[in-house]
Design a protein around this ligand. Structure first.
Ligand SMILES: [Zn+2]
Length: 476
C-alpha cells in the first residue's frame, strides 16, 4: 500500500541576546563550564526572574515575519519535570497563552510554493547540559552555562508531507531568523534544533495515523535522514499487521536509525500552571508597529527582487543570498553602478573561492575596490586573468588596485602599434605556419595568439590581438 507522511516540526531557535532570559548572565558559547551562572539560573531558593525585554522584541519580530497574530496579553507558565540539568525542577515556558499564534510561511517545492501553517511561537528558557564522562557512564557532570539561555519555539501544524518538505521548511525558518538577526542559525552549536512529530496514513486518506516524536535533530541532513528512516519503519510495522505506539524516539546519527527513548508524555504530565513570579506580558499596538518597522528585507524577497529587477539567474540569486553578509556585500558593490551579473560572477567566483581557500571570514577588499576592478576589465585596462591577480592581492591586503596593476606590470597593452610590431615579428619568424593558415588551416590562428600572448607576457588585449592577426594573415 502507498502511504503519505504527516509531519509537524517543533523548532527551537536560540535568541541572540547578550544576556539570559531571566537574569544578567552572559549567553556566550564555548566558555568554561558553569562560569555563566548566578543564583537565578542556578535555581536557588528565594530568587526571582526578571524578563529580558529583548527576548520579547525578537519573538515578536519572528511572529510578524511569519504572519502570526500577536497576543495583546501573554503569560509564562511552569512546565514541571525533574532532570539533573534543570536545577529549578521546572522550566519557565509558555503554554495556554503564547505570544504568537496562527501564522504561516511559504516553502519552495518543485514548481512552486506551499504554505505551512504555524500553530504558535513562544518564549522559554533552555536547560543545562549533561556531560557523560568515563567509560560505561562512570560519572556525569553538569554544565549550567546554557540554563536560562533564551529560546523561541516555533510549532508548525502537521502540514509537511515529506522529508524534503521538512528540510525546506527548516531552511526557510533558518533564513528568516538569520536575516532578522535574532538567531545565528548555527546548527552545530545547537542554536537551531528541531523535534518532529511524524505519522503515516494510507495515500488519499484524511485520517492521521498514530504519531511518534523524534527528538533533537541538529542538521538538515539528519532531519531528512531521521524522517526517511521513521517513514520506512512505520510502513514496515503497518505492513506486518502491527500498530504504531505513540512514543518519543531518538535519532542515532551514527547508525542512521531512530530508537525508542520513552513513552510519549502528555501535556498534563507536566502540571503546567501560570508562572507566579512573572507578570503577564502586555503588548500594545505601538510596540508591534515599532518592531514591524525594524523587519528588514528577507531572503525570499531578495531572491525575487534579484531575479525580477536585476535580471539575475535564479541560481545566482540563491547563492548570493545564502548568508546575509554575502548579500550585503553584493548590494554594496552594486551601489557603485556596475552591471549586476558581472558583480554576481565576481562574488560567487573569486570572492567565495578566496574566503574558503584562505579560511577567512571577511575579506579586506571593499565593495568600491571590487567595482573598480570590474571597470578595469570593462575598459580593457587589465585582462580577466590579470584582474583575478589584482583581486586576490586586494582581497588579502586591502591595497589600492591601481597600485597593484602598476607594481605587477599587469596593465593590458591596448596600444595597436605595439601589438602590431609583436605580431609582425612573430609572423616573420614562422613562415611555415603562415602558409598553413593561408591554405585554409584556420586553427593555426590559436598558435599565433599563444605566441603573441607569450611575447607580451599575457598583457596584450586579446580582442585586438585577434583582429590584427587575422588582418595580417589575410595579407591586408
Ligand atoms: Zn544567571
Amino acid at each position: 500500500m502507498e502511504y503519505t507522511a504527516v509531519i509537524g516540526l517543533e523548532v527551537h531557535a536560540q535568541l541572540q541576546t547578550d544576556s539570559k532570559i531571566f537574569c544578567g548572565c552572559s549567553t556566550r558559547f564555548g566558555q568554561e563550564p558553569n562560569v555563566n551562572t548566578c543564583p537565578v539560573c542556578l535555581g536557588m531558593p528565594g530568587v526571582l526572574p526578571v524578563l529580558n525585554k529583548r527576548v520579547v522584541d525578537y519573538t515578536l519580530m519572528m511572529g510578524l515575519a511569519t504572519h502570526c497574530r500577536i497576543a495583546a496579553e501573554s503569560v509564562f507558565a511552569r512546565k514541571n519535570y525533574f532532570y539533573p540539568d534543570l536545577p529549578k525542577g521546572y522550566q519557565i515556558s509558555q503554554y495556554e497563552r503564547p505570544i504568537c499564534e496562527e501564522g504561516w510561511v511559504e516553502i519552495p517545492v518543485q514548481g512552486g510554493a506551499r504554505k505551512i501553517r504555524i500553530t504558535r511561537i513562544h518564549m522559554e528558557e533552555d536547560a543545562g547540559k549533561l556531560v557523560h564522562e568515563g567509560g560505561g557512564g562512570a560519572a556525569s557532570l553538569v554544565d549550567l552555562n546554557r540554563a536560562g539561555v533564551p529560546l523561541m519555539e516555533i510549532v508548525s501544524e502537521p502540514d509537511i508531507r515529506s522529508p524534503e518538505e521538512a528540510r525546506a521548511y527548516m531552511q526557510t525558518l533558518r533564513d528568516i531568523v538569520v536575516y532578522l538577526g535574532i538567531c545565528d542559525g548555527n546548527m552545530e552549536e545547537g542554536s537551531l534544533r528541531c523535534d518532529a512529530n511524524i505519522s503515516i496514513m494510507p495515500a488519499g486518506s484524511e485520517t492521521f495515523g498514530t504519531r511518534t516524536e523524534i527528538k533533537n535533530m541538529n542538521s538538515f541532513r539528519y532531519l531528512a535522514q531521521a524522517l526517511e528512516y521513521e517513514i520506512q519503519r512505520q510502513t514496515e510495522v503497518l505492513e506486518d499487521g502491527g500498530r504504531i505506539i505513540q512514543e518519543t524516539r531518538l535519532f542515532d546519527s551514527a547508525k542512521g536509525v531512530t530508537a525508542s527513548m520513552r513513552g510519549k508524555e502528555e501535556a498534563h504530565d507536566y502540571r503546567y500552571f501560570p508562572e507566579p513570579d512573572l507578570v503577564p506580558i502586555r503588548i500594545d499596538p505601538e510596540w508591534v508597529d515599532r518592531i514591524g518597522a525594524e523587519i528588514p528585507e528577507l531572503r525570499s524577497e531578495k531572491i525575487a527582487r534579484y531575479v525580477q529587477d536585476l535580471g539575475l539567474p535564479e541560481y545566482d540569486a540563491e547563492v548570493l543570498t545564502g548568508e546575509p553578509g554575502t548579500a550585503r556585500f553584493f548590494e554594496d558593490i552594486l551601489a557603485h553602478g556596475v552591471e549586476p551579473k558581472k558583480v554576481s560572477n565576481w562574488v560567487m567566483g573569486e570572492y567565495t573561492r578566496l574566503l574558503k581557500d584562505k579560511g577567512m571570514e571577511t575579506a579586506r577588499i571593499s565593495p568600491e575596490q571590487v567595482a573598480g576592478i570590474i571597470r578595469m576589465v570593462d575598459a580593457s585596462t587589465v585582462s580577466v586573468s590579470g584582474a583575478k591577480q589584482v583581486f586576490e592581492e586586494v582581497f588579502l591586503t586591502g591595497k589600492d588596485p591601481d597600485a597593484i596593476v602598476r607594481e605587477k606590470g599587469l596593465a593590458q597593452v591596448s596600444d595597436e602599434g605595439a601589438i602590431e610590431e609583436e605580431i609582425k615579428a612573430i609572423l616573420e619568424a614562422n613562415p611555415q605556419q603562415v602558409e598553413q593558415y593561408r591554405d585554409g588551416q584556420e586553427k593555426v590562428l590559436g598558435y599565433f595568439v599563444g605566441q603573441v600572448m607569450k611575447a607580451t607576457r599575457g598583457r596584450a588585449n586579446p580582442r585586438l590581438v585577434n583582429e590584427i592577426l587575422i588582418k595580417k594573415l589575410k595579407g591586408e
